[in-house]
Design a protein around this ligand. Structure first.
Ligand code: PMP
Length: 388
């Protein structure tokens, strides 16, 4: 790198995503089967695609208002009321963003002052730690444990709180563990957040993939709602990753601040995609149901098979990932994944890509066809024979 000394130091020393690093390696090989990527394999339902096409046909090719189309904000708020029982005002409490990704970025940049601590339960989705650091914050990792079903316990949270704590990141159902938090689980941590004035940044992008019971949003706890910031989006629930539509729901004063960044950086989310998202939020409940059934079948299959071939796997209650222990191999997770790729042409993600707490595990995404999942299990079974 010839510009080393001239590059912003935070960027320069930022660790590249452990997922990318691994998949660059996989891309150099032929015949690789990958269960690495967290992207639903369904093509977006036709009635939703059609709305994007219509928008272009009708010449809806201009910027929208900065907050996003009013009709979309209205549908998003209706959806939160209808599905999770939480009320928001489309005029004051909602910004449409470029995916959940932009939402994570502008929310954290809005909240974090230099030196603030942000509690991050790990293993966690790779973007949070990087964005906290880019915003000048300090990541305080709280390891989630398999024996707690990868839930955030009040004891673990309490231990991590300090006078500098600004926020906690909550991602339930979670990537990469599939862990969830029920109403009961949240009621144990809400008093701690309230007492310490901690903001809850809750990324609910996998809310619709909650397999037993219903998703609980922490925003439904009125006593802390002002300090809850909901991040969500259309990528996972409706299989709309490429449209790039997400959103933030929060107190009006936080929305007004986050909007300043969004205005300067982004202007607005893509217009035809916003029209497609209106259709999804309005008429997409049945699509969600169909994909849900398919994901649940895959989850049940893959967990049963992994346990059968010798990888101890906790039954995840949400999202579309399983997080098996690779203790049987007595290897580190990176070595395990490299060897698996080399010997069997199978690409999985090492658990430590999601934080140190992920060491000893691998992440397997089951957002792939049953055919691919079956081939992957065969390859994995063959690979594991050497450890028996
Ligand atoms: N949050 C989590 C937990 C994710 O897993 C992802 C995608 N992998 C995102 C946010 C970002 O999704 P998008 O930007 O497509 O909405």
């Amino acid at each position: 790198m010839i510009f080393d000394d001239e590059i912003n130091n935070t960027v320069r020393y930022l660790k590249p995503s452990g997922i990318r690093k691994f998949f660059d390696l996989a891309a150099t090989r032929k015949g690789v089967v990958s269960l690495g990527v967290g992207e639903p394999d369904f093509i977006t339902p036709w009635h939703i695609r059609e709305e994007a096409i219509h928008a272009i046909e009708k010449g809806r090719t201009f910027y929208t208002g900065n907050m996003g189309l009013y009709d979309l904000r209205k549908e998003i708020c209706n959806y939160y009321k209808r599905r999770f029982g939480v009320s928001y005002d489309p005029d004051k409490n909602c910004i449409v963003t470029v995916g959940g990704s932009e939402a994570i970025d502008i929310v954290l940049r809005t909240l974090i002052k230099e030196g603030d601590e942000v509690i991050l339960p790990t293993p966690a989705y790779v973007a949070y730690a990087a964005i906290i650091e880019l915003a000048g914050g300090k990541v305080v990792e709280v390891p989630l444990k398999e024996e707690d079903e990868f839930k955030l316990t009040p004891e673990a949270l309490k231990k991590a709180v300090s006078a500098k704590t600004k926020a906690v990141i909550l991602n339930f159902p979670g990537n990469p563990t599939g862990g969830i938090m029920t109403h009961d689980d949240y009621s144990k941590i809400v008093p701690i957040l309230k007492e310490n004035g901690i903001f809850a940044v809750t990324d609910e992008i996998y809310a619709e993939l909650t397999y037993e019971g219903k998703h609980c949003s922490i925003a439904s706890f009125d006593e802390i709602k002002d300090r809850v910031i909901v991040i969500n989006g259309f990528s996972k629930a409706y299989s709309m990753t490429g449209y790039r539509v997400g959103y933030i729901l929060a107190h009006k004063d936080l929305i007004a601040m986050a909007l300043k960044i969004h205005q300067y950086m982004i202007m607005c989310a893509t217009t035809p995609s916003q029209y497609a998202a209106i259709e999804a939020a309005k008429n997409g409940d049945r699509d969600i149901e169909e994909m849900f059934i398919s994901f649940k079948q895959r989850r049940n299959y893959i967990v049963k098979e992994l346990n059968r071939i010798g990888l101890k796997t906790h039954m995840p209650q949400g999202a579309f990932y399983v997080f098996p222990s690779i203790a049987i191999s007595k290897m580190g997770c990176e070595e395990f994944c490299e060897k698996l790729l080399e010997e069997e042409n199978l690409a999985l993600v090492p658990g430590n890509a999601f934080g140190d707490a992920g060491e000893g595990y691998v992440r397997i995404s089951y957002a792939y066809s049953m055919e691919q999942i079956k081939i992957a299990i065969e390859r994995l079974e063959h690979f594991l024979k050497q450890f028996k």
